[in-house]
Design a protein around this ligand. Structure first.
Ligand code: FES
Length: 135
């Protein structure tokens, strides 16, 4: 399931123009992101961390289908936070409900890296129950 939430402002994203890499921790899965292949899974914004994760076999919980209406896709960006779009108020409101909030926490369905650097993302333990380790 996926789509757009008509009740929130549209996110302003800078779409990457070249390939870059995202590493998902702690499963230590690194994927090469090719913007020519967006969207991967139609969950979350095209090119979002969730879209890329699901499109590459890394499962992150996403109860609302990636429309910024829950906090189950909470993740922490360990490297490359500044290369992602600004979080909207709707995302920040949802993050308030996420356990273990950090300064670089984002909703995976709303965070879209611009590809100017490689990114490292930590998937919190409570979001990992479906992760396919050893991908
Ligand atoms: S999947 Fe619900 S907010 Fe991201």
């Amino acid at each position: 399931m996926g789509g757009v939430n008509p009740y929130i402002k549209e996110a302003e994203v800078r779409v990457p123009t070249r390939k870059y890499k995202i590493t998902f921790m702690p499963m230590n899965v690194t994927v090469e992101v090719d913007p020519a292949r967006f969207p991967y899974e139609h969950n979350g914004l095209p090119g979002s961390l969730l879209d890329i994760a699901l499109g590459n076999g890394v499962e992150i919980d996403h109860a609302c289908g990636g429309v910024c209406a829950c906090s189950t896709c909470h993740c922490v960006i360990k490297q490359g936070y500044d290369s992602t779009n600004e979080p909207l108020d709707a995302e920040l409101d949802q993050l308030d409900n996420a356990p273990g909030l950090k300064a670089t926490s984002r909703l995976a369905c709303q965070a879209v890296p611009d590809g100017t650097c490689d990114v490292i993302v930590e998937v919190p333990e409570w979001n990992r129950n479906l992760v396919q380790e050893g991908h």
